[in-house]
Design a protein. Structure first.
Length: 228
């Protein structure tokens, strides 16, 4: 293959973010009036997802997102709250996330195999100390060259400036040497295509990719061992 560098998204591509998010959400139940339970998790999940989409479009800043998701969630339940409790919830939620390094099935063996042939990097829009914590606690640390976090770079995927900085830091400007692997069409795939980098859409649900011309499309991360 012509590629030298594989740029992996973190959440729901390598790390099982949905599992980690739910566990972190449920852990907040002890802090606030039993408002964080199985029956309302999907309400929070949809609110959080919509805010991250706003971040990708440049409509909200990350410090605001960290707090706003809990304001919106509690408001949707008709709960009253003050800013101190919002800050406490956000802090404890992020702490719980940073301690959970659960991987998607097959990721460990796949990254171990690919690291023998390519240089592996992680590119993520996630919150810096959360992503650093879970990465350092995972088996991936042994095989990944570096973690690129949008909060530290100054731009979020899919912004071209994010990818420009990543290539600059790696030290090779040849875009044909890179391959992006991710599960988000709006962040990973649109970012790669917008910067003229080949990409693999990881799509376990086999959903429509909106006519985007991805280089490959996979349903199981272990398929990468056959493709690459």
């Amino acid at each position: 293959m012509k590629y030298k560098y594989l740029l992996f998204d973190a959440d729901n591509t390598l790390f099982d973010f949905d599992f980690s998010e739910k566990q972190a959400f449920l852990s907040l139940n002890k802090l606030y009036r039993a408002a964080f339970g199985e029956d309302t998790y999907e309400v929070y999940h949809k609110i959080n997802d919509s805010l991250w989409k706003m971040l990708e479009r440049g409509e909200i800043e990350k410090p605001c997102l960290r707090l706003e998701r809990f304001r919106k969630y509690l408001s949707s339940l008709g709960q009253t709250f003050d800013e101190d409790i919002i800050t406490l919830l956000a802090k404890n939620f992020q702490l719980s996330l940073s301690h959970n390094s659960t991987l998607i099935d097959g990721v460990g063996e796949t990254i171990r195999y690919l690291s023998q042939k390519y240089k592996i990097y992680i590119i993520t829009n996630g919150i810096s100390h959360v992503q650093t914590g879970r990465f350092n606690a995972s088996v991936l640390k042994e095989y990944v060259e570096r973690l690129f976090i949008s909060e530290e770079i100054g731009y979020d995927k899919p912004d071209n400036r994010f990818f420009e900085r990543v290539l600059y830091e790696i030290g090779d400007s040849d875009k044909s040497s890179y391959l992006v692997i991710g599960d988000s069409l709006s962040s990973d795939i649109d970012g790669a295509l917008g910067y003229d980098i080949d990409c693999i859409y990881y799509d376990p649900s086999d959903a429509d990719c909106g006519g985007r011309h991805v280089t490959y499309r996979i349903k199981d991360i272990r398929e990468l061992m056959d493709i690459l």
